[in-house]
Design a binder for this molecule. Structure first.
Ligand SMILES: Nc1ncnc2c1ncn2[C@@H]1O[C@H](COP(=O)(O)OP(=O)(O)OP(=O)(O)O)[C@@H](O)[C@H]1O
Length: 594
């Protein structure tokens, strides 16, 4: 994979992997630009000979046939070089798109998963699709323009200087005036562009949020605020755009007019007519001057578009660079031999990057091989964070986490993933068949293994009731299934994976009695003979486990068995009494109340 070094910032560093294509395309377009100007000069020469006039400013002498042949040759070269410059820049653009997408996704796979989750799909989609596409467009369309827009005016100026320096100076003056006006118009555009891009990105976020939160919006919104955020971002966008246009529209129109070919051609024509009328310039030379000066007249506008294009592409390159600069998790390459399946947290502290306070402080505990440890505590106490530190969703700030006496930072990625199965509450199912969704856990598993896992996960009978059975599509993100069914499919995945350590976040959401019983049976099958860490919400399910760790505000407040903790009369005893009370709660309808 191409390495992106910190000091090599910016657009050119990001497109460097296709430097070969870029250099070839630019070189060809430079040849194209020069040959087109030579073509104009030869065309004038051919015109001159065709009306048999003689002009003394051409420094060379050719017969009509020679000049015509040379003109044809130059035109063909000019056409071919431009054509191939375009073809090669497009090939480079496709190659770059492929390289960037591969590199970004490979990099995303190696940075802490927690970053990917918190950054959000919207922002990552923008980088992977929109920004990469912007750079594709830059390489495909701007690269051929770069060579042409720099060489054509220089070659034209050079040719004009040879033909008649007065005309060269007039054309140059018009262009300089245009360039000065352009500079003042563009001067303030940096801030305007920033605001414009920010408001455009806000609109993107608002749309993605609106679609992702559609269910919440439709459930809770009375209609007045469903588009509020979207509307606000649209309004900001309009305000920024209006401010930009208001400040730059008149000077922009003036500079556009001056930068268009017309003023240069007008000035050259007036001067030419004056010289022709007073007999100091012959008509054919005048035509030659007009033809050559179009090369200069046409030059500033592309340069202006180019500079806009470069700024836009630079912002995209910067966003890609920011992702590529995120440090990757480092894994040991050599396969590590774990001495056993004990898990040990030793004085672990952890702080989320975007938070000032520690989510976990000085956490030390041991989980013995083939035992069950339950994590309990109030909401926000740090239980899920503990679970997510084991697969290195985030790396800890200090202390160490060991499995089988090896620090998890020293365990190679494959061993770590083969050793642990995770069952989290937010199940993700691909829009693929149920069979493929389950087999993703173990590509070597046979169909029989998969069915056995589904039986153990109490989901087999349900799948058989579906008309297409295991061939049924799960729907986008699993929308065709109920929450409890999705959870049992995830359990089936974990059973099929058969990793010796299981970390599971016990679901609370699907607690109707029938579903609950099935999920409990499924979990019991998953946990058999495994080292288990379970985040427990229903305390009744963990009464008999070997160890319960009670968390309070990021610290361990108690460790023990159910009965010991009840005797302690601490947080656990209070949680237990609250839990028991909640089991006796009933909802009363008005009519029931006596
Ligand atoms: N991605 C994150 N970025 C920043 N802070 C986070 C993030 N995830 C969790 N936190 C914070 O870390 C602390 C511990 O959260 P955690 O999710 O581990 O608690 P929990 O005990 O699992 O809660 P619950 O039972 O409600 O799931 C909380 O203060 C929470 O706000």
């Amino acid at each position: 994979m191409k390495k992106y070094e910190k000091h090599k910032q910016g657009l050119w560093a990001i497109i460097a992997p296709v430097n070969g294509y870029i250099k070839t395309a630019i070189s060809l377009s430079i040849i194209g630009g020069i040959t087109s100007i030579i073509g104009f000069v030869l065309l004038a020469y051919v015109l001159l000979l065709s009306i048999k006039e003689k002009s003394d400013f051409f420094q060379f002498e050719l017969s009509f046939n020679e000049a015509f042949l040379l003109l044809t040759f130059v035109v063909i070269i000019s056409f071919l070089t431009r054509y191939y410059s375009f073809v090669i820049s497009h090939l480079g653009a496709f190659k770059l798109e492929e390289i960037l997408r591969t590199n970004i996704t490979a990099h995303l796979a190696k940075i802490p998963l927690g970053y990917v989750i918190t950054t959000g799909t919207g922002a990552l989609k923008k980088v992977l699709l929109d920004d990469v596409k912007n750079l594709h467009a830059f390489v495909a369309d701007s690269i051929p323009m770069i060579g042409k827009s720099i060489t054509t005016p220089i070659a034209s100026l050079f040719a004009l200087l040879i033909i008649n320096y007065v005309f060269a100076l007039v054309a140059l003056s018009v262009l300089l005036i245009g360039a000065v006006i352009m500079y003042f118009v563009m001067k303030d555009s940096v801030n305007h562009r920033k605001n414009y891009e920010q408001s455009q990105s806000d609109i993107n976020k608002a749309v993605i949020e609106f679609i992702q939160a559609m269910m919440v919006v439709r459930t809770f919104d009375d209609g007045t605020s469903s588009f509020k955020r979207y509307n606000e971002s649209l309004l900001r966008y309009r305000v920024h755009l209006k401010a930009w246009i208001a400040e730059t529209s008149t000077p922009a129109k003036i500079s556009m007019t001056i930068l268009s070919p017309m003023p240069t051609l007008l000035a050259i024509s007036l001067l030419g007519i004056f010289f022709v009328l007073n007999g100091t310039l012959d008509f054919v030379s005048f035509i030659a001057i007009l033809l050559v000066s179009t090369g200069m007249a046409d030059s500033l506008m592309p340069i202006m578009w180019m500079s806009n294009f470069i700024k836009k592409s630079s912002s995209s390159a910067l966003r890609i660079q920011e992702i590529m600069d995120l440090p990757q998790l480092t894994y040991k390459k050599d396969k590590q031999l774990l001495k056993n399946l004990n898990i040990e947290f030793d004085n672990v502290s952890f702080k989320y990057e975007n938070r000032l306070d520690y989510a976990l402080q000085n956490i030390s505990f041991k989980v013995k091989e083939k035992s069950v440890t339950a994590l309990v505590g109030h909401s926000g106490a740090g239980k899920s964070t503990i679970a997510k530190l084991i697969p290195r969703f985030w790396d800890i700030t200090s202390g160490s986490i060991k499995i089988g006496e090896v620090d998890i930072k020293d365990i190679d990625a494959t061993t770590l993933m083969d050793t642990i199965s995770f069952v989290f509450q937010d199940t993700f199912l691909f829009n693929d068949t149920l069979e493929n969704n389950i087999k993703i856990a173990n590509s070597n598993a046979t169909r029989e293994d998969m069915i056995e896992a589904c039986k153990a996960a109490q989901i087999h009978d349900f799948i058989l009731t579906l008309p297409k059975g295991y061939e049924t599509l799960a729907g986008d993100r699993g929308t065709n299934l109920s929450g409890g069914q999705k959870q049992r499919i995830t359990i089936a995945r974990a059973i099929l994976r058969n990793a010796p350590i299981v970390v599971l976040d016990e679901a609370t959401a699907f607690a109707d009695p029938e579903n609950e019983e099935e999920i409990i049976k499924a979990l019991a099958n998953l946990m058999k003979n495994k080292t288990v860490i379970v985040i427990a919400h229903r305390l009744s399910t963990i009464k008999d486990v070997e160890q319960i760790i009670v968390f309070d505000d990021g610290k361990i407040s108690e460790i023990g068995k159910h009965n010991e903790l009840l005797e302690n009369q601490g947080i656990y005893a209070k949680l237990w009494s609250d839990y028991e009370k909640s089991q006796n709660w009933h909802l009363h309808y008005k009519g029931d109340v006596k």
